[in-house]
Design a protein around this ligand. Structure first.
Ligand SMILES: *Cc1c(COP(=O)(O)O)cnc(C)c1O
Length: 233
């Protein structure tokens, strides 16, 4: 299948999941995860109408942004990878969103390094819902303190929460993890009077469960672009 056809299939899945759970049309945004995929595939997806792309590895992202320079005004780049302190400047300069904030040190640097002529950098705080030691993210009880600290940073716009739950094909477990993130969001929104409207959760294999539990951004890679290159990172 072409990228355009696969993109269409994913959009249909999203739309059907919205309908199944009585959510308004277009309440879920599709982030096309293009990490370890060639830049011509990003161009193909853009031609088919996709604007938001997620990248995990900074150096690779910079190379693709350079190759796709002519689309600079058209594409919206989201950084979804692990943040390293020495790379925050390039992230602050080159992305519209950062999904995986779990460290105040990184937040402070991104805030200081966000260019003044750009709008505030949209951020999500990453929560370690399944409490896997291998996954990054904050324990649920540690989110409120970081959230309050981020509110003091004027060049960051706190949008909500993000999670990468433990991989499972059991739909009950998928729902459970996503519902946990939503409950945490609801609790925090009540405590802080902030909208925290973004729930960045759901990928190729579990986007239906995520949408049923309130996802507003699903991050989908292989279902759009096919298998990724390996061995690069
Ligand atoms: C790679 C990645 C995805 C996409 O995963 P697929 O299974 O290919 O859809 C989503 N979110 C994050 C954070 C990722 O690193």
């Amino acid at each position: 299948m072409t990228i355009a056809a696969q993109l269409q299939t994913v959009q249909t899945r999203i739309r059907q999941a919205e309908i199944a759970t009585h959510r308004p049309a277009n309440s879920v945004k599709l982030l096309a995860v293009s990490k370890l995929q060639d830049s011509f595939k990003i161009r193909e997806a853009w031609i088919a109408g996709q604007q938001a792309f997620g990248e995990s590895y900074l150096q690779e992202a910079i190379e693709k942004q350079t190759t796709l320079q002519d689309l600079q005004q058209e594409l919206e780049w989201h950084f979804i990878g692990r943040i390293q302190s020495n790379k925050t400047k390039a992230i602050a300069e080159r992305f519209a969103w950062v999904h995986g904030i779990y460290d105040y040190h990184h937040a402070k640097r991104l805030n200081a390094q966000r260019p003044n002529m750009l709008p505030a950098l949209n951020i999500c705080i990453q929560v370690n819902i399944s409490k896997e030691s291998s996954k990054n993210g904050l324990a649920p009880e540690a989110v409120l303190p970081l959230l309050e600290q981020c509110l003091e940073l004027p060049h960051l716009q706190l949008k909500g929460l993000m999670a990468i739950p433990e991989l499972t094909l059991d739909p009950n477990k998928q729902h459970q993890a996503f519902a946990q993130l939503r409950h945490l969001r609801d609790t925090l929104a009540t405590k802080t009077y902030l909208p925290l409207e973004t729930l960045s959760m759901g990928m190729s294999d579990d986007l239906e469960a995520a949408i049923a539990e309130g996802a507003t951004i699903v991050r989908v890679g292989t279902a759009i672009f096919g298998p990724r290159h390996t061995g690069n990172q």
